[in-house]
Design a protein around this ligand. Structure first.
Ligand code: GSH
Length: 223
């Protein structure tokens, strides 16, 4: 049994969608980021970085894994799916996974901070992070113009990038004119496992109507 410590955020969905796609049984322990559960002493023993997601593999001596990309690789290797074992196939998936981990995640995350949560409106920072996120989306769009999926067959690289792109509106970044990205985004959204994983843990989808309440909660993390 895998235990998943998570919250309704893109990095959390990467883990829950992967578990759903791989049909690995798991239990969810929801973490209240606004209450700073993730900074509690017991949680820091699982992840010294104080962030979600984390998994604990109770079938393997309670082995804990943090960092969403590392969790995805761990689970894919355990199940023998969504990450090829041949050198080139594996490298391609890792390239597009790292593209998300080092690019889209940090840049879109900062776009969220300056567009939604920052106490003062700093236009330079908003533009910088929204433009960089959009540039990274264009890189995905170009890749998807002649590839059905990012790296060979559907893989953890698609799940990782999709989990962030799926919430582009929260960062204030448009994708409607990116035809290839939209085709890929819609195809992944249709997958039942993705729909199940995206609903873990249950939470309202951010919209402009509930934005103020969600932003208030988000601000509590920025200590
Ligand atoms: N590189 C980490 C980032 C994890 C991360 O930033 N998680 C956010 C939610 S998406 C979090 O736990 N934030 C709470 C905090 O910063 O205290 C990963 O990919 O797992």
């Amino acid at each position: 049994m895998i235990e998943l410590y998570t919250s309704p955020t893109p990095n959390g969905w990467k883990a829950s969608i992967t578990l759903e796609e791989l049909e690995i049984p798991y239990e969810v322990t929801p973490i209240r980021l606004d209450k700073l559960d993730q900074k509690a002493e017991w949680f820091l023993k699982l992840n010294p970085n104080g962030r979600i997601p984390v998994i604990v593999d109770h079938d393997d001596g309670d082995f804990a894994v943090f960092e969403s990309g590392a969790i995805m690789v761990y689970l894919a290797e355990k199940a023998g799916r969504l990450l090829p074992s041949d050198e080139r196939g594996r490298s391609l998936v890792m390239q597009w996974l790292m593209f998300q981990m080092g690019g889209i995640g940090p840049m879109q995350g900062q776009a969220n901070v300056f567009f939604r949560y920052a106490p003062e409106k700093i236009q330079y920072a908003i533009d910088r992070y929204q433009n960089e996120t959009r540039r990274l989306y264009e890189v995905l769009d170009t890749r998807l113009s002649d590839h059905e999926w990012l790296a060979g067959d559907y893989s953890i690289a698609d799940i990782a990038n999709w989990s962030w792109v799926s919430i582009h509106g929260w960062a204030g970044v448009e994708t409607d004119d990116l035809a290839h990205l939209s085709r890929w985004k819609d195809a992944i959204k249709e997958r039942p496992a993705v729909q199940r994983g995206r609903a873990v843990p249950e939470a309202p989808e951010p919209t402009e109507e509930n934005a103020a309440g969600i932003a208030e909660q988000g601000k509590k993390i920025l200590i």
